[in-house]
Design a protein around this ligand. Structure first.
Ligand code: COA
Length: 259
């Protein structure tokens, strides 16, 4: 494990933190590889129920390390070995377990792009979001040209992707980029609180809800039928049996034996 990325697993939560504050947590290939491995192995580890992705106090990330980037320009979706940044982003995009982003401070470039691929994002009141790709004469990345307009609206997306504006936490919350804002001193504990709540929920139900929200758009009738089929199927699952028994017995459900 690279020391440039700290990985800790406890109480069902795997926390992955960029840890290169002297370079504003700018991301090197080895950091992407370490974080990708942490997600990939966590996906098959029953002890891991939820991921948290964060940085160091007051600093999420300044994005790709521009020197490393120029040394080995990644060819995303190309033939040959998959670049570490692509491996990391694919791990994030395809994870079936919930991922929470904890943004304390700067989130530049991929630091903002990756939020589109997390299930929940929280920020501190000193967060700053910026995607300066046009300023660097580069293109948007990892489907942000699709997700930003779809989720934030075309105008807000262009404010980030074309104008290169810096958004503070309030603006990011208003636009729906993040779920909530906390004081910097409290963000880690607030995120942890929520991660622990997710870690106790039915893993099957979380997987299903996530997969549905990630599925490509379809007519509402089709989606309703798909949800209905899953709902009926899940009514006979052992996880529902546990939820129902807990309700009848007036106790908290225990989903710890389900993976
Ligand atoms: N790649 C490589 N090194 C980076 C970096 C990046 N993306 N961001 C910061 N650093 C390095 C700086 O070169 C500096 O290194 P040094 O101490 O050896 O000179 C160190 O981190 C501290 O950065 P500095 O610029 O002195 O801090 P600052 O507080 O004045 O500014 C930023 C911080 C993040 C606003 C500024 O560094 C910046 O704009 N970085 C580039 C962001 C970017 O364009 N990301 C890529 C998107 S694709």
């Amino acid at each position: 494990m690279s020391q440039l990325v700290s990985i800790d697993t406890s109480e069902g939560v795997r926390t992955i933190r960029w840890n290169r504050p002297e370079k504003k947590n700018a991301l090197l290939r080895e950091m992407y590889t370490a974080a990708a491995e942490a997600i990939e192995t966590g996906e098959t580890d029953r002890e891991v129920r939820v991921f948290v992705l964060g940085g160091t106090p007051g600093l999420f990330t300044a994005g790709n390390d521009l020197i490393d980037f120029m040394e080995a320009p990644p060819h995303i979706g190309g033939s040959g070995d998959m670049p570490p940044v692509e491996r990391f982003m694919r791990a994030l995009m395809t994870a079936k377990k919930p991922i929470i982003a904890e943004v304390d401070g700067l989130a530049i470039g991929i630091g903002t792009t990756l939020l589109m691929h997390c299930d929940l994002a929280y920020a501190s009141d000193n967060a700053a979001f910026k995607t300066p790709f046009v300023d660097l004469a580069l293109a948007p990345e990892f489907a942000s040209s699709l997700y930003f307009p779809a989720r934030l609206g075309r105008s807000a997306a262009s404010d980030l992707l074309m104008l290169g504006s810096t958004w503070d936490a309030a603006r990011a919350k208003e636009a729906g980029l993040i779920a909530d804002v906390f004081p910097s001193a409290e963000i880690s504990s607030e995120v942890r609180k929520r991660a622990l709540i997710l870690a106790t929920k039915s893993p099957g139900a979380l997987r299903t809800a996530k997969a549905l929200m990630q599925a490509p758009e379809e007519p509402a009738e089709d989606r309703m039928a798909r949800e209905g089929g899953l709902f009926a199927e899940m009514l006979s699952s052992p996880e529902f049996a546990e939820a129902a028994a807990a309700f009848m017995e007036r106790r908290a459900p225990d989903f710890s034996k389900f993976g």
